[in-house]
Each structure stands twice: as C-alpha cells, then as structure tokens.
Ligand binder design. Sequence first.
Ligand SMILES: C[S@@+](CC[C@H](N)C(=O)[O-])C[C@H]1O[C@@H](n2cnc3c(N)ncnc32)[C@H](O)[C@@H]1O
Length: 386
Amino acid sequence: MRLDPHVASGCIVTAVEDHWTVGQVAGLAGVTVRTLHHYDQVGLVRPSARTATGYRAYSAGDMERLREVLAYRRLGFGLREIADLVDDPTTDAVAHLHRLRELQLERRDRADAMVAAIDRELGTRARGLTVTPEKQLALLGAQLYDAIGGAYTTTRRTEPRIAAQIWDALGDARSVLNVGAGTGSYEPADRDVTAVEPSAVMRGQRPVGSAPCVDATAEQLPFEDQSFDAAMAVSTVHRWGDVAAGLREMRRVARRVVVLTFDTDEPGWMDRFWLTRDYLPEFADVLATFPSLAGMADTIGARVEPVPVPWDCADGLFEAYWRRPEAYLEDHVRRAASVWTRVGPQAEQRAVHSLADDLATGRWAAHNSDLAGRDTADLGLRLLTA
Ligand SMILES: C[S@@+](CC[C@H](N)C(=O)[O-])C[C@H]1O[C@@H](n2cnc3c(N)ncnc32)[C@H](O)[C@@H]1O
C-alpha cells in the first residue's frame, strides 16, 4: 500500500511504498491493535515509520520481525526470551525460519506420539482391559522416546570405558536382561542378552543381529522369577513411571542387578556441571520428582560407585561434552539427549543462546579454566550393583 509522506526514524520521508498501518497489520497477522501497541511499547516490534498524521507505519522489515515474534510466541516463548532471539545479530531471517521449522516439527512429533499413545490406551480400554497406573505413566516414557528417538543414533553409542565398568559389575553372568535397552549400546557381545524396550522407534533402530528385544516396560517384566543371571538398566530409570516398581521387577527376574543412574541426593548437585549450574536451571524441575539415589540403592540393596565421564566420551550423554562446550550448540547433539526436550524449547533456546554468547566472549573459558587439564569428571553418574 502507499501512504502519504511521513516521518520515519525522526526524518521526514517524502515517498513511501510498502508500509502498512497498525490496523492493516493487526488484520493480516490476526492479532489485536492493542497487542501491536504493547509490542511497540516494550520495544519488541517498533514500527519504523509514522505517517504525517502521526500514525504508526510498519515496513516490510518490521513485518518480518513481527512474523518471527508471533511464531515464537505461538511456540510458548516468553516476550523477554523472544526479544533475545530476534535481537540476536548472528541470526538472520533464514536462520530463524530454520529454527522455527525444527521447533514446529519437534512439537508435531511429540503431538503425534501423544496421539498414538492415547489411541493405544483407548484401544486397550475398549477391549475391557485395565491399564495400570504404572503402565499409564510408562507410556509417557516410551512415548517421549517415540518422539525423540529418531535422533538417538546420531551421537548415542557405546563409550568403552563406561561399558567396561558396567560389564565388570555384571560379574560372571551368562544370561543378561537389558531393561530400557534402547539401541543396545551397552549390551555385552560375549553374553546371552535379552532386551526390553517399550519404544517402537528405539526397537526399530536396533542394529541387525542384535539381541532379541521384547516390547515391555521395567514395571511389568514378562519373565519368570530368577530367569536371568543379571539384569542391567543403563541411563533409563529416570524415564520410568515407577522406578521402585521397575527395580523390584529387575530384582525379581535376576540374581544380580546393575543400574547406571544419576545422583541428585547430594546438596548442590546442580553445581557439579557448569551446564546445569549456569545455563539450564530448569533441569532441577525436571528431576524434582526423581527418586533419591539412596532410595534406589535401598530398594535393591545395592552398593554405589561413581562413573567418571571421560573428556572425549563417545556416548553423547547429556554430560558427555563437559570439556567440549561448543557441542551443545549443535541441534543433533541436543536432540539425542532427552533432557533438552523435557526442559522445553524456551529453556533450551535461552540456554543455547547464552552459552553461545559466553563462548564467543571468552566468558565460558574464564569461568571454567579448571576443566582444561582434566581427563575425567564426576558429574553425578553412579553405578548401582546388587
Ligand atoms: C536414554 S535411553 C537409554 C537406552 C540405552 N539403555 C542406552 O544406554 O543407550 C532410555 C530408554 O528407556 C526407555 N524407557 C522409557 N520408559 C521405560 C520404562 N518404563 N521401562 C523400560 N524402558 C523405558 C526409553 O524408551 C529409552 O529407549
């Protein structure tokens, strides 16, 4: 549209094309004029021009910025976070479109997986079968991995030093049940392994020729008492609906139980890792309902030993890149660790943005200079053996 001569950025402009009035923008974007005035007042989207009569006028650039603001808003971002995102000089319109696309796909995947889980439960109920509370909650765990599991194999693989510690704990067990097995990263090749994995996406990614895999959850293992020499569970208990029930099931079906988990008992555990301490405080909420390490150990009568994370850890665990911080800026690295999906896109984007800033300015290096000379770190991984 063409407006009359107007004032732009304090200057009188005599000929203007492609500017839109606030009313037109509100109509096109499907928001109220009041919303646009608010965005203007807080500096989020300032119309860069005014008509001679003093009305706001939006340029094509303003419209592009508004589109980004509204798209992030629909994804649930707060206005302050959106301001950080759209003011980032290193992110142009195309980069925003890529990021928005990924966030929308992730949201769609999660919604699809949730619908599939609901359909499964409706089907079960329609057949007159009872769905136990454990099964209902366990579905959420599997459902998350159905949504995010597709990215798993890009960085998740066996870390030989962690594997050696787990296999050592298995002792002389010949038959081993791997619960929450995923793609089988820590299954010992020299023993008779049976896997249990509730996510179809994860089961589908198990390599050809890997151990037979049963669709079940830890809370209801479909095996007789004492069917295995050992049962192992690696990086999975935090996903179970009822951890104590799952551990008791492992104890029931196997003579030895080995669990790799995470210690949140120690006060100040958030400070162990710079990523949770300085960038992702939301991780505390994610694990707020997590059972205590002592409670888990008590449930199965286990002893506890620390599992150090090597600086060049081959398995892309959440903690794996403690000495390689740039890795956390990579989408494929984050997508392979469920923590990032669980904290939600706002917290994730804020953390990544702030880490990127600190890496660029040297602030991260200054705060974490003690890490440079270290080969392993105790970031709270623990091995329970019973
Ligand atoms: C981070 S992955 C770990 C996979 C594998 N143990 C490894 O170390 O690579 C967690 C796995 O736990 C599975 N899981 C989620 N809820 C479960 C439950 N209630 N019982 C058993 N496994 C579950 C997920 O589907 C996912 O494959």
